[in-house]
Structures are given as C-alpha cells and as structure tokens.
Design a protein around this ligand. Sequence first.
Ligand code: SF4
Ligand code: SF4
Length: 408
Amino acid sequence: MNRRQFLKSALFTTIGAVVLSACKKVVTETKNLIDKVSTKKYKNLDISVIGFGCMRLPQKDGEPDIEKTQELVDYAMDHGINYYDTAWFYHGGKSELAVGQVMKKHSRNSYYLADKMPLRILKDKSEVIPIFEEQLKKCQVEYFDFYLAHNINKREWETLKKCEVYEQLLQQKKDGKIKYLGFSIHDTPELLEEVVNTYKWDFVQLPINPIDWKVVDAKKQYEIATKAGLPVVVMNPLKGGQLSTLTEKAVEILKNEEPNVSPSSWSLRYAASLPNVFVVLSGMTEMEHVTDNVKTFTDFKPLTEKEQEVLASAIAAYNSSGAISCTYCQYCTGCPIGIDIPKNFLIYNQYKANNRKERFIIAYESIKEENRADKCINCGICKPKCPQKLDIPNLLKDISNLYKELKK
Ligand code: SF4
Ligand code: SF4
C-alpha cells in the first residue's frame, strides 16, 4: 500500500468509526426516548404494573402464531413490560412452548416469568415434579420467577394437600428453581382464608375487576390477602373481555369523560390502583392491545375519586343490560353433549351490548348444531366447574328461547 492509499484507507476507517459511533448514539438515545410503562415494587424487584398474560396469544391454524407473538412480545419488552404469565392449560399446552420460543432472544434477567402447577390433572404426588420439570423445558428456562398452584377451588385444594404439592414446590424454591411461590384461586373468601392460613406463600393471584369487586367477593378476597401480607397479582381485570366492549350506553359514559382512552384502560387502571396490587395481567392478542396498554401504563396514575365515580356509572349501565357474567375462561369445557358454553354466552352478551337481532341469529346459526344452547340436557356436570357460579343450564335455556323468539 503506497502512502496515498494508506491515507485514504485511514480516512475511511476514521469516518466509518465516527458514523458508527453516531449511529450507536442515536439508537441508544432513541431507545431512551421510548415510552416505558411504570413499575411497582415487589420486594426489591421493579415489576411493570401491566403484565403480559399468555392465555390469548395470536393464533394461526389453531395454535399460537409464533411470528406474531414475537412481534407483540418484542414491542412489550422494548416498552418495559417485564412480567409474563403462562400456564400448562393455556392454548392446550402450547402457550408454554410459545413463551419458550419467543423469550429466548431476551436475556433471562430482563423479564420475570410466571407458570403454574395444573392441580386439576394431578392424580398422584409422584406427578408433581415431572410436570414441573417439563414446564421448565417447555419454557426453555432454568427457573421460574413466580410459580403458582393453579386455580385452587374446593376440589383442587384437596388435590393440593393429598399430592403434597406445596411441600414439593417449596423444595424447588429451596433449590433455586422457583423464586416466589404463590397460588391462584377462584373460590370463596372462606377457602382463601384457609389456604392463606395453612401454608406460607409469597403472593396470590386474584380475579379483580369493577364487576367482580362486589358480585363475587373480590373486595373481600383482596382484603384477606392484604391482611395476610400477600401482594396481589390481578387476573381477569377485563372479565374475559366484557369490560373492553361493554354496551353502547356504558361506553358513552366513559367517552364523555375521556374521549381518547379505551374502555379497557379504565378497568385495568381500576385494578392497578389498588395499593396491594403489584401487577395486572392483560391477555394480549393484537398489537393494538399492547400499544394501548403501553399508553395506559406509561406514567401510570391511579384512578381519581371522580374517575372511580364515572366508571361506577358505566358499570351500572352495563349491569342493567342483563349480560351474563361469563369470563370465557373455558373451565366448563367437557360437556358430554359438546355444547360450546362460552361461545353461546359470548354471542348472547354481544346481543345485549348492541341489541342487533339479525346479528345474534347469524352468530347463533354459525355455531355447529351440536354445540348450540338448545342441545343442553340439563345434566348439571358443568355447573360446579364455573368459578363465576353461573347457572349454566338455565342460562343456555334462556339463549335457546331467545333464538326461537327472534327467529319468529
Ligand atoms: S348441563 Fe348442559 S351444558 Fe352443562 S354439561 Fe350438561 S348438557 Fe352440557
Ligand atoms: S360459564 Fe363459567 S366456567 Fe364457563 S367460560 Fe363462562 S365463566 Fe368460565
């Protein structure tokens, strides 16, 4: 290389380095400018107030759509959402696999992962650890930050004790494979008291939203947890999506107060405003769910007294519509006839929200005949499975009668 070539090459190298460094600076500064959701303290951890629920991931051909899920999760991570909640039952076991696939590009200490022991399928205590180990493998992690006994109710409580679930999970905690051990519950305050007083837990996951606060004792349950010193993770803050659609009248009340925010944001803020709540889970399926949640929880402010009143008026308007308080949790599946209970309830609630008869008829007829409300034989098998304590057979009868009436 002659002197001229040497000087040219040195010049380009220098310019390249300057440009690269300027680009890096721009990227760093741009990242710093990105909105980040607010956090709350759980012990010494900073947890995003809004958590990513992985029970309603985007789907393709009946399975989680990994590419789309990756986009949502990457956006959520970039905007500071650092709590991810999955479970054995979500997406028929595929949610944990999807979480494993999409989270592996993010460093393990940049997010907190919650998973749950599926009490409902346990028959023997020897099954607990193999299931737990399989969950670690599916999620491609060495440990869970938060781990819960899933969905305690009267039956599962007996299973938990019989199968020595707590004792075995406590050992996993001692071994460093669980950082914090808790449980989720859909039952009475009495059972919650018993669970809280029987074992030493680190946190509890409760269904809290502005409808359940009074109707299914959410307030009482929150108070029991708080008195016992258990921080709360909120599940079902939108009551299976009902609080994101509401009725025209209820939406109007909210829009009159604040035209530029979504109905969902009201209920999510409602749950996050409770001082003993450290994270509110939101099932995110579309990018607009993630962006809306980021908007709601960037510089999060609890609901003011006036906002609480506005929300209460909207809920009163919604409740007067006669909608069924189904959360579409699917716990009632397994009907021997094959009735799709949540789907029938969903179209009924949509009808109550918009009062469009034609739409109801089309939606009802789009359900396969064998899955429709009118095929219910009133065997009652589904009733005890419903955490909302809905009188499912009678409600199905109402839906069937409504269809007959509107069809006339
Ligand atoms: S009561 Fe009706 S919906 Fe429930 S399990 Fe029996 S047939 Fe199915
Ligand atoms: S009827 Fe009950 S169990 Fe079934 S989806 Fe609705 S809330 Fe869940």
